[in-house]
Design a protein around this ligand. Structure first.
Ligand SMILES: Cc1ncc(COP(=O)(O)O)c(C=O)c1O
Length: 340
């Protein structure tokens, strides 16, 4: 078992790498196993630093299913059965609506309710690859600074290249105060996640009690070595550029299909290789996903509704494989349109 007192060399190396590749002056990392633990860490770091209780989050957001993260997600489906969640105030606003975030910050100031952080996904993943308007992230960055609130980017899904930039927030040149990283961080084979922040914000995590937030198995040597190897490949192959190029290849083709089947397909959303295909009804979405599965193509439903399917191939997918998927999708659309 790794010791909490002695730094494991691989953990140290990975933390240094994260300091180098994360946006702005983000410098310190805490490693855990799952995305939801990274978000829990982000919540605690924000609370410790600001000593404020409230969070502003988005409707339809997904951040994980442990109690803290669950409190921040934006759908009743997983929250409601669990009853009372986080004890402090959590305000849900429509994603992509900077006015709503600003209004909520102003209302909290008016009411004397301290807001620890605004927590959002750069592009909403589980909600169906929902891209916010271009002014959203710059405006919420400005507003959080103005109101003395931290900005947390949940990059668990968008981070490490999937959307066509190394970090999702880079699409808008925004530097958050805290980021959460997970999923592909372990190269798809090891469970590892991270919460990362600046020296200033991290201080109360180290003093007076450096054991205020720990985990025994998180950031183990094997997991850290997998993350180091993953980042090595991502940087060496510039996988974010690869994702952007492949996304640019796929999007026009998907949009053409959407135009060809307007009674079935509502819209295509996303960036890079984080793609949402939205159908007019849940029934159509379900039939398309099932038809694709029969043809050997596995797509992710969203956890929220089968009306939307997510296309999230590995960034190393070949163009030949992309064409195969698009051909099979067209085939299914044709089939389902006939059966309607
Ligand atoms: C944006 C986001 N945050 C957090 C999580 C939770 O990660 P995990 O399932 O590893 O706990 C997810 C998982 O889908 C996610 O998409």
């Amino acid at each position: 078992m790794p010791s909490q007192e002695l730094i494991d060399p691989l953990r140290g190396v990975l933390a240094r790498i994260m300091a180098l590749i994360t946006p702005g002056d983000i410098k310190y990392s805490f490693f855990a196993a799952s995305g939801t633990e990274a978000v829990e860490g982000a919540i605690k770091v924000a609370k410790l630093y600001t000593q404020k209780p409230a969070f502003i989050v988005a409707l339809n957001a997904f951040h994980g299913k442990t109690m803290g993260s669950l409190s921040m997600i934006g759908k009743a489906l997983f929250r409601e059965p669990m009853g009372i969640l986080y004890g402090g105030p959590v305000y849900h606003v429509p994603f992509g609506n900077a006015d709503a975030v600003e209004r909520q910050l102003e209302a909290c100031k008016h009411l004397g309710i301290g807001v620890a952080a605004v927590l959002m996904e750069p592009i909403q993943g589980e909600a169906g690859a929902i891209v916010p308007p271009d002014d959203f992230w710059p405006r919420i960055r400005e507003a959080t600074k103005y109101y003395g609130t931290l900005l947390i980017a949940d990059e668990v899904q968008t981070g490490l290249g999937r959307t066509g930039k190394l970090w999702g927030v880079e699409h808008w040149n925004v530097t958050p105060d805290i980021i959460a990283v997970g999923k592909s961080f372990g190269g798809g084979v090891m469970p590892i996640s991270a919460v990362c922040s600046t020296e200033e914000i991290w201080k109360p995590m180290m003093e007076p009690n450096p054991f205020i937030h720990t985990t025994t198995t998180g950031g183990g040597a094997l997991a850290c070595s997998a993350a180091i190897a993953t980042i090595n490949v991502i940087l060496r192959e510039k996988l974010w550029e690869v994702a952007a190029k492949k996304g640019n290849y796929i999007f026009p083709k998907l949009k053409a299909l959407a135009e060809k089947y307007p009674k079935m397909v509502e819209k295509v959303t996303g960036k890079g290789l984080l793609i949402g295909l939205h159908f007019k009804t849940e029934e159509i979405g379900y039939k398309i996903a099932a038809g694709l599965f029969k043809r050997g193509v596995l797509v992710a439903g969203t956890l929220i509704s089968s009306k939307t399917i997510r296309i999230e191939p590995p960034l190393v997918i070949t163009y030949e494989q992309i064409d195969t998927v698009l051909n099979r999708l067209e085939d299914v659309l044709k089939d389902v349109s006939k059966s309607k």
